[in-house]
Design a binder for this molecule. Structure first.
Ligand code: DGL
Length: 254
C-alpha cells in the first residue's frame, strides 16, 4: 500500500500520476485539512505535522510514504529519513528538468510556497544545478487557498495569476516550474494565460521513483482495481465526493 501525504488537496495531482502508473495498487491519501495551508506556519510546526501524518500512514500499513507536498519535503524529509527506516519518496520542484531542457540564456521561473522557496534544501538544489543566475522565484501562497476553496477558474484566479506571474515573466522565460502540488490544478490555465511558457512539475518523476522503490520491496500488483482511502488530519474522510470530483477533473485534463 502507498501512503500519499499533502497539507490539503494538492497531493491529489501526484496521486493521479501514481494511479495512472500503478492502477492496481492500494493507496491512502492523507490531507491535513485542519492545518492547510502550511505556508503561514513555522518550520517546526510543519515538521511536527508531517511527522504525525507519516507515522499515521505507516501505522495503517503503508509500505512506502510519499510526501506529495513540496513544502513538507523541504522542511521535513531529511529529518524523517534520519529518524526512521521506512522508505519515504518526496516530491521537489522540477528545476532539474527545467535546467536540463533549457539553454543557458533561458531563464526559469519557479512558483512555490514561500517556505519552499526560502528553504535550505531548495537553495542547495538550485546551487548544485548552477542556475542561480538564470532562475527567478515567485511565491504564490494564495493559489493554495484558491485551490482549497475549489476555485480553479474565474476572474479572481486569473487576475491573481496574470498580476503575479506577469510581474516576473519576460521573453527569456520558457519554463515555469510548478513547485507546489496545488499549482498543477492550474497548469492548463497558466499555459493559456502565458502561451510562451511550458509548465513543469515533479509529479511524473516522483511517481516513477515510487514505482522503483515499491517494486524493490514487493512485486507490483498486476490486476484488480486499486482502492483509495481518504483521511483528513487523522480521521477517515466522511465525504469522499470532493476527492472523486477532483481526480475526475485531473483525468479529463491529462
Ligand atoms: N501542496 C503543498 C506544496 O506542494 C502546499 C503547501 C501549503 O499548504 O501551503 O508545497
Amino acid at each position: 500500500m502507498i501512503g500519499v501525504f499533502d497539507s490539503g488537496i494538492g497531493g491529489l495531482t501526484l496521486l493521479h500520476s501514481l494511479m495512472r502508473l500503478m492502477p492496481h495498487e492500494n493507496y491512502i491519501y492523507y490531507a491535513d485539512l485542519d492545518h492547510v495551508p502550511y505556508s503561514y506556519r513555522s518550520r517546526d510546526e510543519i515538521r511536527e505535522l508531517v511527522e504525525e501524518a507519516v507515522l499515521f500512514l505507516i501505522e495503517k500499513g503503508c509500505d512506502v510514504v510519499v510526501l506529495a507536498c513540496n513544502t513538507a519535503t523541504n522542511v521535513a524529509v531529511e529529518y524523517l529519513r534520519d529518524k526512521y527506516e521506512f522508505p519515504i519518496v518526496a516530491i521537489q520542484p522540477a528545476v532539474k528538468v527545467a535546467a536540463d531542457h533549457s539553454e543557458d540564456h533561458n531563464r526559469i521561473l519557479t512558483c512555490a510556497t514561500p517556505v519552499t522557496l526560502s528553504s535550505e534544501r531548495y537553495l542547495k538544489l538550485v546551487k548544485s544545478l548552477n542556475i542561480e543566475n538564470r532562475l527567478d522565484n515567485l511565491p504564490l501562497p494564495k493559489l493554495v487557498e484558491f485551490a482549497e476553496k475549489g476555485e480553479f477558474e474565474g476572474v479572481l484566479v486569473e487576475k491573481y495569476l496574470l498580476d503575479e506571474i506577469g510581474k516576473k515573466v519576460t521573453h527569456e522565460h520558457h519554463f515555469i516550474v510548478l513547485g507546489c502540488t496545488h499549482f498543477t490544478f492550474y497548469e492548463r490555465l497558466i499555459e493559456s494565460l502565458f502561451p510562451k511558457l511550458t509548465a513543469l512539475d515533479g509529479n511524473e518523476g516522483t511517481a516513477r521513483q515510487v514505482q522503483r522503490v515499491l517494486s524493490e520491496l514487493k512485486p507490483l500488483k498486476e490486476s484488480g482495481s486499486g482502492l483509495v482511502n481518504f483521511y483528513e488530519s487523522g480521521r477517515k474522510a466522511k465525504d469522499i465526493s470532493k476527492y472523486a470530483k477532483l481526480l475526475a477533473m485531473l483525468r479529463l485534463s491529462s
